[in-house]
Design a protein. Structure first.
Length: 240
């Protein structure tokens, strides 16, 4: 299941690509200068770094909660309002003003959400950010099933209509299976990290030895050439 590129990474890559030229199909790492081929979707086709996106969003929220200045309400900001937020909803990932907080608490869907009072921001510990649920664009239902044949997430209605005969699984079960396979892959990689690291070190040492020997051979050739040249010059003088 392909993911979209995170905004921060996209912006960085787009700026880099713009400098290199729009026709480029590769991207250079700014750290090691290694060229990496871009996927068919170019920048937009890059895999999303969920961990980096999560940490970036978490740091941004913690900074907003910790500052002394007022934070605007995320819900009211849609209507260009400047009402100050008094709460932060961990489930929605939004800052709420007093009015939106009351509406939030009255809603059956949002009544059990975890709210943080910004007045006690000095003593709180921000919970882990939850990823927002993804809804079907056709039925406004949560995408809770993964169709293996179509390689996509689908809702219950789409499953019954279009994917009933397909090979599918509940998305959490599919995630657990993928996580288990990933952990097994990581475990198998752990066994080869040390040998590969040693092989790389030996390879680098060998390259250094080759470079040193190359200079030694070059010097030997020069010295031998000078000896032969001196011998030829002497022989030439003897004959003349």
């Amino acid at each position: 299941m392909a993911e979209n590129t995170s905004p921060a990474i996209t912006m960085t890559c787009e700026l880099k690509t713009e400098k290199q030229g729009s026709a480029d199909t590769s991207l250079k790492c700014p750290t090691c200068d290694t060229s990496v081929n871009l996927p068919d979707g170019k920048i937009e086709g890059l895999t999303q770094n969920l961990w980096l996106e999560h940490k970036s969003k978490e740091a941004s929220i913690k900074k907003k909660i910790g500052i002394k200045e007022a934070v605007s309400c995320d819900k009211c900001s849609v209507d260009d309002s400047t009402d100050a937020a008094v709460m932060y909803c961990c489930d929605c990932g939004q800052f709420l003003c007093d009015l939106c907080k009351k509406v939030h608490k009255r809603s059956k869907k949002e009544a059990n959400h975890k709210l943080i009072n910004l007045e006690t921001k000095e003593s709180i510990e921000l919970p882990a950010i939850k990823h927002e649920a993804i809804y079907c664009i056709h039925h406004s239902e949560k995408l809770t099933y993964y169709c293996k044949d179509c390689d996509k997430l689908v809702c219950q209605i789409c499953l019954n209509i279009h994917h009933k005969s397909h090979n599918y699984n509940y998305y959490l079960h599919e995630g657990d299976t993928a996580c288990k396979a990933l952990m097994e892959s990581v475990a198998s990689c752990d066994g080869v990290i040390l040998p590969v690291t040693e092989a790389i070190a030996n390879g680098e040492k060998m390259l250094e030895q080759i470079a040193t020997r190359k200079e030694e051979v070059r010097q030997e050739i020069k010295e031998k050439f000078e000896e032969l040249k001196a011998a030829l010059d002497k022989r030439c003088n003897d004959l003349l």
